[in-house]
Design a protein around this ligand. Structure first.
Ligand SMILES: *Cc1c(COP(=O)(O)O)cnc(C)c1O
Length: 421
């Protein structure tokens, strides 16, 4: 038993060593209390985009703290939230006009599901079924788990989860099966929404599919009168090469969820963006048609200021060039592993690269996951494989020399843990 009072996320305390105590974060690096440096190759669970503690974002939070803290957001408003909503609408895929703030990716998804059901109920249409992609991940709240892949992570809670329609993964040769499944589902006439992670299934193993397939999924759902919801919680803010992944498909979703990189990874904030049609369906003199959702810290001014600073960084710094350069580097490096028989499925999508290590017993709970994690940590590299899936998702400030450290370690990990060449 450790002496810590902390119960950590996704952590089997009986099997895992006490974690390093991080005392400092800067750029792509974390420093522990003993002065040891650790390269953050997973952007601290996919949130850090520009690098830790971007000066402009930190300054915005400090400045705002001089005048504001949390202020109730029903019946009152404040400038950071008003400006942020307006700016998000400017840069989001066209057609999204209204921004509902919350504070985590899971909540942004819950809000999206409630918006979809409220929309149809307020219009008097009996549509309540949700379709999702097999292998998807949308958070760990009850609603988030319900629309995500079922497995060992949520088996104990299955009695609390609602049923959804599961569409085959549209990657590789799966696209037609996915479209057929949406079509079959849509014909029943009660499909409210198709919810997907665009281009990359993150926690589901960094599985990628094409922008063309994404566009066709949306068309198929809309052909049957269903809404299309993009969960861009992970894929947003440059991660897949464009600001939002939907852009690559020329696609404007009816509802878009964003969180993780919204503040550059500095402080929690989430937003669910919706079209005028969805907003209008809740606009009524009938109070029963109100969108009934709130969380205490909705639109926290300091978090909104961080997000505004993040948007300013995107405007004023060559972020798109950094993203493009990192995407190139990832593609070049990971494609070298494609012919290496110790790996399978070498792939990249924008700034994200992944390979599956060829091992005897694959699977998320396979021992190889934690052993790999420990192996990388010994070298001062924060890498957190999903089972045998090794992925690298560093912040955009990462250098070629730092990528060398990471890819050398991936090869060494294969020597140590992988199957035959
Ligand atoms: C991380 C993630 C979520 C959940 O976000 P939290 O902030 O952890 O609640 C939802 N959807 C996707 C696609 C994610 O990657």
């Amino acid at each position: 038993m450790s002496s810590s009072a902390v119960w950590r996320p996704f952590t089997q305390h009986a099997l895992e060593p006490d974690p390093p105590v991080i005392a400092q974060a800067e750029g792509a690096w974390l420093t522990d209390s003993g002065g040891r440096k650790i390269l953050d190759a997973i952007s601290s669970w996919w949130v850090t985009t520009h690098g830790h503690r971007h000066p402009r974002i930190m300054a915005a939070m400090r400045d705002t703290a001089e005048s504001l803290d949390q202020v109730i957001f029903a019946g009152l408003t404040h400038e950071p939230a008003e400006r942020l909503a307006a700016e998000l609408v400017e840069i989001a895929p066209s057609g999204l006009s209204h921004v509902f703030f919350s504070d985590s990716g899971s909540t942004a998804v819950e809000v999206a599901l409630k918006m979809a059901l409220g929309f149809f109920r307020n219009r008097g249409e009996a549509r309540t079924r949700i379709a999702v992609l097999e292998g998807g991940y949308h958070g760990d709240t009850i609603g988030g788990m319900s629309v995500g892949e079922r497995g060992v992570f949520n088996a104990p809670y299955a009695p609390l989860l609602f049923e959804v329609e599961r569409i085959p993964f549209p990657g590789g040769r799966g696209e037609q099966d996915a479209l057929d499944a949406i079509d079959r589902s849509g014909r029943r006439g009660d499909l409210a929404a198709l919810l997907v992670e665009p281009l990359v299934l993150g926690a589901g193993g960094m599985r990628t599919y094409t922008p063309e397939a994404l566009a066709r999924l949306a068309d198929a759902a809309r052909a049957h009168g269903a809404l299309f919801i993009a969960d861009e919680v992970m894929t947003g803010w440059g991660r897949t090469g464009t600001l939002f992944a939907c852009e690559q498909a020329g696609l404007s979703p009816d509802i878009l969820c964003t969180s993780k990189g919204l503040t550059g990874g500095a402080i929690p904030l989430a937003a669910t963006l919706a079209t005028p049609t969805i907003f209008q369906a809740h606009w009524s003199t009938d109070r029963a048609k109100t969108f009934f959702h709130s969380s205490s810290y909705t639109a926290n001014p300091i978090a909104c200021a961080a997000a505004l600073a993040n948007l300013a960084v995107w405007r004023d710094e060559p972020v798109r060039e950094r993203v493009a350069r990192l995407a190139q580097a990832q593609k070049r490096r990971v494609s070298r592993l494609a012919s290496d028989r110790r790996f399978r499925n070498a792939r990249s999508c924008g700034t994200i690269a992944a390979v599956d290590l060829q091992v005897e017993d694959p699977g998320y709970l396979a021992d190889v996951g934690p052993r790999l994690r420990a192996f990388f940590m010994e070298r001062g590299l924060l890498v957190r494989p999903l089972g045998e899936v090794i992925y690298l998702m560093p912040p955009y400030c990462v250098t070629e020399a730092e990528l060398d450290l990471l890819y050398d370690a991936v090869e060494d990990a294969a020597d140590r843990f992988g199957g035959p060449r």
